[in-house]
Write a protein that binds this ligand. Structure first.
Ligand code: CP
Length: 311
């Protein structure tokens, strides 16, 4: 049943978030991170459905682990395109109508931009966007921001370089919207010209008077940035294999990049990585991407607790 008293009925886009809500989510995430076990199980009796039409390791399993740790039960389909009635031609609208009769929340990943928003209109229960095509991935952006705060002790005033596939990379789109909520952020958008941010995000940054610069050469910013946020070239989004092949090796973070990066900077990546970060980087203390992925569990516990719990 819909509950209009909750701060968030659905989480579809980072646009819905503000600093106050983020602070609340981070407070809960810190609590869950620092409690070896959650004594209270705030979601006992609830059912969380994880419906994924695209592959996932981190998002699906961290949401499922988060739900179980909070006492909820989980139902899921990890390859809904193959193992749900989508194969028989059922629409996303009908599928969501049905699942919302079985669960208290639906965590949805879909290959189509806008699918989560459509789902939220047909669901009678909470819908959480776990990635919609090249659109958004708001829970990833929250865990990214949580990681920045935890690693650097602050978000206001940071200088960040976002590198790679900024056109199709949904985590970048969601993170840019959240960074806009903080003060004195300097943003470098580093990509080949074919993979620059979508026009909608550029317009948003201009309207918000964000301090951002679109560049192609990563080496020029390495001694300036606090956060190097690397992304995979999103092979699955390219219409032309030839185009992907020509761009797939646009960037590689390796020891030679590390030598130019500030000592106190951190390297982030939403993962999975392919070749854009060499394995030799993993042992460097600035490599924060595995810590970042682990933070996803605590942040998703916080999100489920906020959206489904009593408080
Ligand atoms: N970062 C992220 O969304 O990873 P998965 O595709 O493994 O969920």
């Amino acid at each position: 049943m819909k509950d209009n008293s909750r701060p968030l009925q659905h989480l579809i886009s980072s646009k819905q978030l503000n600093r106050e809500l983020i602070k609340k989510i981070f407070g809960k995430a810190e609590y869950f991170e620092n409690s070896n076990s959650v004594n209270k199980k705030p979601l006992v009796g609830k059912v969380v459905a994880c419906i994924f039409y695209e592959p996932s390791t981190r998002t699906r399993l961290s949401f499922e682990s988060a739900a179980l740790r909070l006492g909820a039960a989980v139902i899921s389909t990890e390859s809904a395109s193959h193992f749900s009635s989508a194969v028989k031609g059922e629409t996303i609208e009908d599928t969501i109508r049905i699942i919302s009769g079985y669960a208290d929340a639906i965590v949805l990943r879909h290959y189509k931009e806008g699918a989560a928003e459509v789902a939220s209109r047909f669901s009678t229960v909470t819908v959480i966007n776990a990635g919609d095509g090249s659109g958004e991935h708001p829970t990833q952006a929250l865990l990214d921001l949580y990681t920045i705060k935890k690693e650097l002790g602050r978000i206001d005033g940071i200088k960040i370089g976002l590198v790679g596939d900024l056109l199709y990379g949904r985590t970048v789109h969601s993170l840019l919207r959240l960074l806009n909520l903080y003060k004195n952020i300097k943003i470098y958008l580093v990509s080949p010209k074919e993979l620059r941010i979508p026009e909608e995000i550029r317009t948003f940054l201009i309207e918000k008077k964000a301090d951002f610069k679109e560049i192609e050469d990563l080496s020029t910013i390495l001694n300036d940035i606090d956060v190097l946020y690397v992304t995979r070239i999103q092979k699955e989004r390219f219409k032309s294999k030839k185009k992907y092949e020509s761009l797939k090796a646009s960037f590689q973070i390796n020891n030679s990049v590390l030598r130019k990066l500030k000592n106190k900077a951190i390297i982030m990546h939403p993962l999975p990585r392919v070749t854009e970060i060499s394995f030799e980087v993993d042992s460097d203390k600035r490599a924060a991407y595995f810590r970042q992925a682990k933070n996803g569990l605590f942040v998703r516990m916080a999100i489920l607790d906020l959206m489904l719990g009593e408080d």
